[in-house]
Design a protein around this ligand. Sequence first.
Ligand code: CA
Ligand code: CA
Ligand code: CA
Length: 144
Amino acid sequence: MFETFDFNKDGYIDFMEYVAALSLVLKGKVEQKLRWYFKLYDVDGNGCIDRDELLTIIRAIRAINPCSDSTMSAEEFTDTVFSRIDVNGDGELSLEEFMEGVQKDQMLLDTLTRSLDLTSIVRRLQNGEQDQEGAGGGAAEAAG
Ligand SMILES: [Ca+2]
Ligand SMILES: [Ca+2]
Ligand SMILES: [Ca+2]
């Protein structure tokens, strides 16, 4: 089943492929999307997203998707998320807090959705990143 997500067929699912796969899978309901996001952000899988985890993922996403037009730094965005949806203020986001908070907050929902909408990256992966092929065709044989 993983093969589907291994776009460049190197036998591994790297982070970018994982995210790309998510964005393909996630054409469905918001709630389902958020569950996937939560899993993605909960790096150590303990059922809560802490500040470090959120920050790590946001940075990683920004690194591969720099065109996300946010004016906030990753730190600022993380702070914003926690101040808005960490309802009980324990510094961790439970699945409940995350699901409810994000669904109630259009700005966060937009930002999360947009940052993980990696359609262009998916396309690039599926095309096998042909950049490196470079000048393959013709033109070079002009020796006399
Ligand atoms: Ca791969
Ligand atoms: Ca965690
Ligand atoms: Ca909390």
